[in-house]
Design a protein around this ligand. Sequence first.
Ligand code: HEM
Length: 477
Amino acid sequence: NKNLPPGPVPLPVIGNLHLLGNLPHRSFHTLSQKYGPIMSVRLGSVQFVIVSSPDAAKLFFGTHDVVFASRPKTLAAKYLSYDYKGVAFAEYGPYWRSVRKFCTVELLSGTKINGFAGMRREEIGLMVEEMKAASKVRKVVNLSETVSSVIEGMICRMLFGKKNDDRFVFKTLIDKCMEAAGSFNLADFVPLLAPFDLQGMTKHYKSLIKELDEMLEILIDEHEKRNQTSESLNREQMDFIDILLSLKQEYSTTHDELSYTIDRSNMKAISLDLVAGAIDTSKTSIEWVLSVLIKHPRVMNELKKELKAIVGDKPIVEETDLTKLTYLHMVVKESSRLYPTAPLLVPHQARDDIKIKGYNIPKNTRVLVNYWAFGRDPNVWSDNWEEFLPERFLDNETDFRGQDFKLLQFGIGRRGCPGVNLGLLNIGLVVCNMVRWFDWELPNGMSPSDLDMNEKFGLTASRAKPLLAIPTFTGPK
Ligand code: HEM
């Protein structure tokens, strides 16, 4: 392993595990300022490379994307994805390719997403009514919780054909899964210790998946029973679970490989990945955008002005309005720069030995992209990087799908997020409808500048403390 990228000297057995701290993305950022944007870190017996700048990311995921397109087999991924049978943690290869294609075609294509516009309008309407009611009695709203429920309702309706009820509430469990999947489990890095489960993580994964499995079983059972008793559904009437089930019953030429291999555990793994991939990421992104708006009244006013000019007096901001809202897009980008939803994205793994910038990156090296560090690099964003300034994106080509690798909110390359369009739609819809007809005030007379902006660590980094605020309805009575 000569000529690895530079990095801190590893200790025997634990390597650099002692340097991680509670917020590893922050620790890696500090270390990368000493060792550079391509840094070697050893956790137990496992070799990591931490990529901390857009230029470095371009080398890994632009030039050599196919080499880094696999995922490491961690214990969290094993238990929480039914032995890597979902999309997000599946090894790069034919199975992953066919599942990803299936999700894209059957759930995440433009046509599929548009087909659910009416449902989203209904859910957003309910959210607005709830906020109006809170405004009447000056109730303190837990915005983190509210946003999570709205997103959960919309995703469940897309996947399962109905809203969650008392028998299946995903959001709290998914939140815990994201925390568990992001955490650094000693058993992954010091295999000798794995049987002792010193941190109790394996026990934790098993208990989470048990609860989730019970809910998924109920949902699949219900679909099977309905399909047995009622007339066969046409394609337009099918929800995502119906389509998964139909793969077993009739051979599909569009998804031929899956038709042969899919069983019940694959169905549960794929559905769970989509629920998890959608709920916590969308909720966390929206929570941060609302936080920055409340913390920066100037920016909030600019967005309100834009909404007034473009949306006018309509009671609800519509999906068709979103593309015209240029300031909104700048706010979402700026929020992602300073408060990334997934600070280390999802881990990648090298499928082969490769040389990058003269350094050896051995096969099976795990690669973490420290997107959190990107937004704090003065060479990329100039010396005012600490300032929350959406206007920095004026006349600027940089966007989430851009080739400059500066905004990696949705990841990159072959393993980049397949739900980017739905994610951005969710963010725009919820944020705009929370802002168009509501003013927001922090509880107990707290001034906006005092709003705590600390994050907690997980695969997604949500607010450490929930966002609480009081709405005042300002719309037509
Ligand atoms: C604002 C919302 C969202 C954010 C911020 C987000 C972010 C991400 C990120 C950072 C990755 C990892 C990319 C990488 O490894 O380079 C990812 C992957 C993924 N996302 Fe999203 N996502 C969002 C919404 C969604 C939605 C709505 C869905 C589906 C319903 C989804 C499904 C997935 C899946 C299945 C993967 C794994 C892809 C693979 O490994 O091939 N995401 N997302």
